[in-house]
Design a protein around this ligand. Structure first.
Ligand code: C5P
Length: 309
């Protein structure tokens, strides 16, 4: 049997259906109630073994992809979360032959859809497979949670309730497919900056609570009720930093979306549509109005990071 030399993993973006944010904690993070929903916008991460001894332990990162998703803004050095993911797994397991990581981006960069976290999760799965480290899923989830608040969810995919700083996950049933339009903005927003803006706007934030109406609507597959329950506490903070997002949201609302919200910390805006045709119609309306750089239509929920070759 020849040794495996490359592994490709496909990993989805997420949108938050509810993002309730509590007050800032001692460690600077915020307690969240975070209903994650994986959507059919995928990055592909390929990890390739290089010749042993070529540059021991060194990890090379290459980034390609849709220009509109901003691949040139992805750091290609050790500050990239995917490189850190490979390094942490190598350190934990004693594995770690020299590798090249190729990120093919479709998920908007710094767009509030957890693209960087998805790439880190995919890298964990790819390296685990390539190095045959045989990690249990719970151990991968724990490693992912150490890398960032949103890294564990793309390992699971589908729909899940995240608590703590977002990393404690419990799957939620989603009874029917949901159709989405994402309006991409020029440039990204820093998650940390959006949380700091939130602290200025809501110094008295209460402890976050999960919305039972959303959970019930998801379970029964009632898209209109899901749309009515969409809620993101970070939306006002993101709009305070990028006021033009309020126009983008208004165009989607006027076009009859079942629900609208800023995705995560933004600046991507998400619109829930009745079906695929409705999603195409809302996307066309957003482009006509000139209120976004690009649109993507997608559906959810979809499975988490999985090996494709
Ligand atoms: O965990 P991650 O590195 O993705 O978080 C990025 C930044 O977002 C943190 O440095 C913090 O400022 C903010 N954050 C937060 N509370 C959370 C998650 C993230 O304040 N639960």
């Amino acid at each position: 049997m020849t040794a495996m030399t490359a592994v490709t993993v496909r990993v989805p973006a997420k949108v938050n259906l509810q993002l309730a944010v509590g007050p800032a904690r001692e460690d600077g993070y915020h307690d969240l109630v975070n209903v994650f929903h994986a959507v059919s916008v995928f990055d592909e991460v390929t990890v390739t073994a290089r010749e042993p001894g070529s540059a021991p332990g060194e990890i090379i990162l290459r980034v390609t992809g849709e220009t509109g998703s901003g691949p040139t803004r992805v750091p290609d050095d050790t500050s990239n979360l995917a490189v850190r993911a490979a390094a942490v797994l190598a350190h934990e397991t004693g594995a770690g032959t020299p590798i090249t990581i190729d990120l093919h981006k479709n998920i908007p960069v710094a767009g509030g859809m957890a693209g960087g976290s998805a790439d880190a999760a995919a890298t964990l799965v790819a390296c685990d497979t390539l190095w045959k480290t045989g990690m249990a899923q719970q151990d991968l989830l724990d490693l992912a949670a150490r890398l960032g608040s949103d890294v564990a969810f793309p390992l699971l995919g589908r729909t899940a309730l995240g608590t703590g700083r977002g990393e404690v996950l419990e799957p939620l049933p989603c009874g029917g497919g949901l159709h989405w339009v994402f309006a991409l903005a020029e440039g990204g927003l820093s998650t940390g900056e959006v949380f700091r803006a939130y602290d200025r706007l809501r110094p008295d934030a209460p402890q976050p609570q999960c919305d039972p109406a959303l959970v019930a609507a998801l379970a029964s597959g009632d898209a209109a009720a899901v749309g009515a329950a969409l809620d993101n506490d970070l939306q006002r903070a993101a709009v305070s930093l990028r006021p033009e997002l309020s126009h983008t949201l208004a165009v989607g609302e006027e076009a009859g979306a079942l629900g609208t919200l800023v995705s995560g910390s933004g600046p991507t805006c998400a619109f829930l549509a009745a079906d695929e045709r409705d999603a195409q119609r809302i996307a066309a309306r957003l482009l006509e109005a000139g209120r976004c750089a690009r649109t993507i239509t997608a559906y959810g929920d979809v499975p988490g990071a999985s090996v494709v070759s």
